[in-house]
Design a protein around this ligand. Structure first.
Ligand SMILES: Cc1cc2nc3c(=O)[nH]c(=O)nc-3n(C[C@H](O)[C@H](O)[C@H](O)COP(=O)(O)O)c2cc1C
Length: 138
């Protein structure tokens, strides 16, 4: 094999792997028991994606919440100390993990446990955040 055909083989393998990873990710996020949310890394963190489990926990559907800030989930009983820690973790590129009172679309309270991880591009710039969330009220 020449160098070029080797490269072509690697490229094809890479493309197949990326395609497989994309399909696996779509299936995992759709059928996950945990809620998942993707936001942009912009002021107010506009939501770009939520999965079915998120709708089940919060009552918000995509059409209600895409483009809004995740702070829509907060209310009077949300622990500000947890939110301050979240802000600090995100600004330092750290993974956040916390628990706080959140509010469903119908205004009812529940206890949210969630993690947020930065999603970086090839240059290491954070373009999005991924949150994994669950109702731990019980
Ligand atoms: C990906 C992502 C998911 C978030 N999920 C939640 C959440 O489930 N519950 C919550 O109370 N805040 C959540 N937040 C935090 C708020 O959006 C906001 O960042 C936080 O309140 C700090 O903003 P502030 O400085 O305007 O208070 C999330 C933030 C990001 C980036």
């Amino acid at each position: 094999m020449t160098d070029t055909s080797n490269l072509a083989g690697i490229f094809e393998h890479d493309q197949k792997f990326k395609g497989l990873m994309k399909r696996l990710f779509e299936i995992a996020i759709t059928h996950s028991f945990d809620a998942m949310m993707v936001t942009e890394n912009k002021p107010e963190y506009p939501i770009v994606f939520i999965n079915r489990a998120f709708t089940k926990i919060t009552g918000y559907r995509s059409e209600d919440i895409v483009g809004q800030s995740p702070s829509i989930l907060q209310g009077p009983k949300t622990d500000r100390a947890v939110i301050d820690r979240l802000r600090e973790d995100l600004s330092l590129g750290r993974i956040f993990h916390g628990v706080a009172v959140n509010y469903r679309k119908d205004g009812s309270e529940f206890l949210m446990e969630w993690k947020i991880a930065p999603v970086n591009d090839e240059r290491g710039k954070t373009t999005h955040f991924l949150a994994i969330q669950r109702d731990v009220s019980a």
